[in-house]
Design a protein. Structure first.
Length: 275
């Protein structure tokens, strides 16, 4: 099993998919308890949801499950949301705070570091390489990080989650034009709810790669899974009818970002010239 799969396009957008993978190596799987083996905290079918929406987009997908190691967490283990319930670099509990491993089978620091090297690092090496390739071609790269989560997870947040949850780490990880284009469309999407920098402000990926002054823009989209799943529990089946309705809006968002790229690239060049 290769840690990462890259579908290369020639446009300015890179779609990051860190949590749709379901592969768990056998030596880890045998130590998971019944809760862990359920793999409930997968971003189910997110790669399918975005497939083919923007022909020129590049997709970088982690094939491993987040229970192996979370590709959207700081490799040094620093919390994304200090003081709040959240998940860690190498989770030992699920989104409901329940243990994932049989008693005494949790990974120790040495194993966590080995997993980081074998899984987390290759994913980000591939993602960084694609962003650099795209930026070299277009003068700009826009990382759109694709996520989903159950609509209600009391351990992590109160009440139902909006359908569209856009994260830019408080408007720091991308140009304002990108943020405006996305939230304008999510806000106008009939029948859907939306929020900007609510419970999810963007994970480590968005925060790490989002350097708009360098022509690297990053934005995270966390979708409530009720928007495209038949059920938010086993078997987590894809609902084609709901997904097709959602895909209309996702395509509109991606096309809008692609159309912004040339003007943003010019601004980056002009800013560098003035410096």
């Amino acid at each position: 099993m290769q840690p990462v799969e890259v579908s290369r396009g020639d446009g300015p957008l890179v779609l990051g998919v860190p949590h749709a993978g379901t592969f768990v190596p056998g030596d880890i799987k045998t130590r998971l308890n019944e809760t862990g083996r359920k793999l409930a905290d997968t971003d189910w079918h997110v790669d399918r949801l975005y497939a083919g929406l923007l022909p020129g987009a590049t997709m970088v997908k982690a094939n491993f499950h987040r229970y192996v190691i979370d590709a959207n967490r700081d490799p040094e283990g620093v919390s994304l949301y200090p003081g709040q319930n959240t998940t860690t670099l190498c989770p030992t509990t699920d989104f409901d705070g329940r243990p994932l491993y049989e008693d005494g089978q949790e990974p120790d620091p040495a194993e966590i570091d080995a997993r980081r090297v074998s899984w987390h690092a290759p994913y980000h090496a591939a993602l960084a390489a694609e962003l650099e390739r795209v930026r070299a071609k277009h003068g700009i790269a826009i990382l759109y990080d694709c996520h989903s989560i159950r609509s209600q997870v009391p351990f992590l947040f109160e009440g139902p989650l909006p359908d569209f949850n856009t994260g830019t780490n408080n408007s720091t990880t991308c140009a304002p034009e990108i943020e405006t284009a996305v939230v304008g469309r999510t806000g106008a999407a009939e029948g859907y709810t939306s929020v900007l920098n609510g419970r999810f402000k963007g994970g480590w990926t968005t925060r790490y790669y989002g350097r708009p002054e360098e022509g690297l823009h990053a934005i995270q989209m966390e979708l409530a899974q009720k928007t495209h799943l038949a059920s938010e529990d086993v078997p987590f089946a894809y609902d084609p009818a709901s997904a097709d309705r959602l895909r209309v809006h996702l395509k509109d968002i991606l096309c809008a970002l692609e159309s912004l790229a040339p003007s943003l690239a010019n601004k980056t060049i002009q800013g560098a010239t003035h410096d």
